[in-house]
Design a protein around this ligand. Structure first.
Ligand code: FAD
Length: 307
């Protein structure tokens, strides 16, 4: 028999040393809790994920601006109490420019320097036509420009590997993304996607359209397949058939559901690292175990404070 191995494993970037993997940038997204019980889970999750050295953790802004007060409160507390950089999401929905600017000035006074700037969706729901407030910001690019006049914030914006449902074509999609970056955003974070080729093709197209800003992969671990696939459907993200089949019939089998979800997400992120992706944003749904495990897979270990 020859000494040559029959199978040679190609070098996989996801198997690099921890030192190399430490260069990956991770961020974690939360939503503002509504009840005391949810708030307790929010802090538990944050406590678990904060030592993983995220670039920032972000807190979403409820549809129609309904969580404005709670988003502000949570973001300020995160910075003060955990020392982790926090980013506040902000939308233009149902608010005048003055109202939005006041929120931005409040962030500046509270020392919050990161904002995820979004147009938002109408209170009637995702997919309904968006009507800007007569005295409001008209879209995310307009909002980014407005924020810039108030302070030197680090601004992230949204982008869509499968095209925003309201963009008539790819040209409009990239023109819009370019306007947001040119207005002063530092990076774009993608909508969830489950087919890595869609993301990689999107990045290629963006580069061809002259967009050079980082395009951070938005990763949605599947905590509840039915819930996520409904949400994905509303925001134009495709669930591949193979994935729907793997989760089929697991509604009453949480243990297997969790294992399948972990395997699917692990494959997605390791394949992205293998293909050279270095920036990830995790939609945590305020739950830590799966995101924590994925961060471990990406070489991240908790840093113990020696203060
Ligand atoms: P925009 O970039 O303004 O684009 C929206 C649509 O309008 C696009 O189709 C675009 O092509 C079109 N458009 C924009 N400007 C023009 C123009 N001048 N002429 C013609 N067409 C134009 N929603 C929340 O409510 N709260 C959140 O916290 C939140 N966080 C999010 C975080 C991420 C990472 C992502 C990906 C989405 C988030 N969303 C959130 C959802 C987001 O608000 C919706 O996807 C919304 O429909 C679009 O927001 P946008 O900022 O991408 O809008």
């Amino acid at each position: 028999m020859s000494d040559t191995p029959i199978f040679s494993t190609p070098d996989r970037l996801s198997r690099q040393s921890e030192e190399e993997l430490a260069k990956l940038d991770l961020s974690f997204e939360f939503f503002p809790p509504k009840t005391d019980k949810m708030e307790a889970r929010f802090w538990e999750t944050l406590e678990r994920l904060a030592p993983l050295s995220p670039r920032f953790v972000s807190v979403t802004y409820g549809a129609g601006g309904t969580t404005r007060g709670r988003t502000t409160k949570m973001v300020s507390r995160i910075e003060k109490e955990t020392g982790v950089k926090a980013a506040a999401h902000l939308t233009c929905v149902d608010a005048t420019k003055d109202e939005v600017n006041e929120v931005v000035r409040g962030y500046k006074e509270a020392g919050i320097s990161r904002i995820v700037a979004l147009r938002g969706d109408p209170p009637e729901g995702v997919g309904q036509p968006f009507q800007p407030h007569p005295q409001g910001y008209r879209n995310a690019a307009d909002l980014v420009a407005g924020i810039r006049t108030i302070g030197n914030f680090d601004i992230s914006v949204a982008c869509y590997p499968e095209k925003h449902p309201q963009s008539p074509d790819w040209y409009a999609e990239f023109e819009n993304l370019k306007r947001k970056i040119d207005a002063g955003a530092s990076r774009a974070i993608t909508q969830m996607f489950f087919d890595n080729d869609l993301y990689l093709r999107f990045v290629d197209r963006a580069r061809n359209a002259g967009i050079e800003a980082p395009i951070v992969a938005g990763i949605q671990p599947i905590h509840n397949f039915t819930q996520i696939s409904n949400f994905a459907g509303r925001c134009g993200a495709t669930i591949p058939n193979w994935m729907a089949e793997r989760f089929e019939g697991l509604e009453d089998d949480p243990e297997t559901h969790a294992l399948v979800a972990a395997a699917v997400a692990a494959e997605q992120v390791t394949e992205l690292v293998d293909r050279g992706v270095t920036e990830f944003h995790f939609y945590t749904m305020n739950r830590s175990p799966l995101v924590y495990a994925l961060a471990r897979l990406l070489g991240r270990r908790p840093q113990i404070s020696r203060g």
